[in-house]
Design a protein around this ligand. Structure first.
Ligand code: FEO
Length: 175
């Protein structure tokens, strides 16, 4: 059974993951409207991945006999000054998510709920990749600056990203 404190913290993380999905859907719409179809795709994949994260945690809370309490999702920013600004916001956001997960892991460890700590390990590992990927696109976008050909090439590169359902959702009822 989950402690009350951990159940509350896990529900807060579910909300944060849905907020992340909302943010990336907004970024995807912004990129699409600006004519960057590749980045619109990239953020759309990101949007789906964040929904997966929320569902993994939802399934986890249920598997421990906890109560899932879905709270309101706050509004998100709807426009950015450039692709670089969008990706910088992405990195900033992912760093915040990493800090939240570390805090959640600390609560689980403090409460000696090692099953939860173990379940959170997947998310913590995922964050390393999330931050690294955002940083690599920032580097490339900085490299090309306002050069149209460069931006066109990067947009084509991100267009190839495809969505794969997160492994922890395999065989689950909610996915
Ligand atoms: Fe669910 Fe991008 O962290």
């Amino acid at each position: 059974m989950l402690s009350e404190k951990l159940e509350k913290a896990l529900n807060a993380q579910i909300n944060a993951e849905f907020w992340s999905a909302y943010l990336y859907l907004s970024m995807s719409a912004y990129c699409a409207a600006e004519g960057y179809a590749g980045f619109a795709n990239w953020y759309n994949v990101q949007f789906k991945e964040e929904q997966d994260h929320a569902l993994i945690l939802t399934n986890y809370v249920l598997s421990r006999g906890g109560k899932v309490s879905l709270a309101a999702i706050d509004s998100v920013k709807t426009s950015w000054g450039s692709l670089l600004e969008t990706m910088e916001d992405t990195l900033k956001h992912e760093r915040k998510v990493t800090a939240m997960l570390n805090e959640l892991y600390a609560v689980a460890a403090e409460e000696k709920d090692f099953a939860t700590a173990n379940a959170l390990q997947w998310f913590i590992d995922e964050q390393v990749e999330e931050e690294e990927t955002a940083q690599s696109w920032i580097d490339k976008l900085k490299m090309v600056g306002k050069d149209g050909t460069g931006l066109y090439m990067i947009d084509n590169e991100v267009a190839t990203r495809t969505y794969t359902q997160a492994a922890p959702l395999a065989g689950k009822l909610l996915k």
